[in-house]
Design a protein around this ligand. Structure first.
Ligand code: PCA
Length: 156
């Protein structure tokens, strides 16, 4: 079991969310909504309008996202889907809990404001102009920016 913080197309309502709930890929459970304790640039880049959290702490915004518990099979699926280590790198990030939703066995649910840690798909291997792109606090593929995500199936 592992915890993954998602901030992009894997969030609820976003184009790749369903992949985490395809039982052929493994198991996923929603735990909490959260925000990174540090600021990072979250940009939309490349021909396919892919969201990337750039591993430049201190720049950008505290990023909003969701924490999921995944089994080892789902973690391997996500690593493969996210192109680790070439496209994204999976690293640990510190998070401030907004709302913990899942039941916890025996113990209290972490309260809003408590600090936890999870894996995140971020990148240190970005193009030189990416840090100066517009940075978002909360990603939405269908947002007013007009940079709609191009799904795997839609690429040529
Ligand atoms: N998928 C991962 C990283 C960026 C993306 O689109 C996520 O949602 O966190």
């Amino acid at each position: 079991m592992a915890r993954v913080f998602v901030y992009g197309t894997l969030k609820k309502g976003q184009p790749n969310y369903y992949r985490m709930f395809d039982s052929a890929n493994g198991k996923t459970e929603f735990l909490a909504s959260a925000r990174t304790t540090q600021k990072y640039p979250l940009v939309i880049a490349g021909n396919y309008n892919i969201p990337f959290l750039l591993n430049i702490p201190g720049q950008g915004h505290r990023i909003q996202g969701e924490i999921y518990k995944v089994d080892d099979r789902m973690l391997r699926f996500l690593d493969d889907f996210e192109g680790v280590p070439a496209m994204y790198q999976r690293t640990l990030v510190k998070l401030e809990v907004e709302e913990w939703v899942a039941q916890t066995e025996g113990e209290e649910r972490p309260s809003a404001g408590s600090i936890t840690e999870a894996f995140v798909y971020s990148t240190t291997t970005y193009q030189p102009d990416w840090p100066s792109l517009r940075s978002y606090e909360s990603y939405d593929a269908y947002g007013g920016h007009g940079l709609e995500y191009v799904t795997r199936e839609g690429r040529d």
